[in-house]
Design a protein around this ligand. Sequence first.
Ligand code: MG
Length: 292
Amino acid sequence: MQANAAVIDRRINSKAFFELRNDGILLFRLDVRTNNKQRIVSTMKVSILMNRLATRLMVSALGISLMASSSFAADEGKELPPPKDEPKVINPGPPPSDAIVLFDGKDLSKWEGEKSGDAKWKVEDGVATINGTGTIKTKQAFGDCQLHVEWASPAKVEGEGQGRGNSGVYFQGRYEIQVLDSYNNPTYFHGQAGSLYKQHAPLVNASRKPGEWQYYDIIFHAPRFDAEGKLTKPGTVTVLHNGVLVQDNAEILGTTSHVGAPKYTAHAAKESLSLQDHHNPVRYRNIWIREL
Ligand code: MG
């Protein structure tokens, strides 16, 4: 190849382009058109320090990049074939017509005690209130899902930090999205409302005042394990707190626990959803779930 020959001549936009020469010099040029004739008004040597190897590497990298961009260009104008299946028509509600209503304000018949027996939280005026009778879990097991849950920490503020309005939504009985009165209530960041407990703090604190109704909309993807119980894909969680994104496809690092590092232990593909009794009278209403 002739010395100083252009290896790549690439237009950036209607007025600017660059030229990479085989001697390693990269030129940027700016075009100005006068009376419809092109005139180059600026030529700038950007790099003259590269040795031959660096030049070759750069030429290769740019060449691959240009090949990729030209293949994209070749696809321009081609339409994707339309999907064969029409999206299922549902009534969006709320709750959506394809959701399983876990609590509609009448009773806790879809729930049971975490250890045994019936769910014994107090149900009154469309609301279930934690009363110290223990964590409750769904009778049905779930894998990937979308969950809507409304909750309110006590209007009467008592305690502080983790002792104020503490409860929690446990996916598969293991992975807790923290429920806490985090309105002017300092605590460790990855333990406040909307956190994946002790793993990821919420992106923002979108808490309402004590006693006010708040809600979570959560998309949970369960972890996957192989036949030997080895983790093949970690779980993820996306959380909207009062409509605000607070967990953005966050990776679950294992079981959420108060002490020690998170760690995965293999479990069934579907497990119960739990609501934590942390001895604070947190209230719940309008809980529904969609299997994904
Ligand atoms: Mg909790």
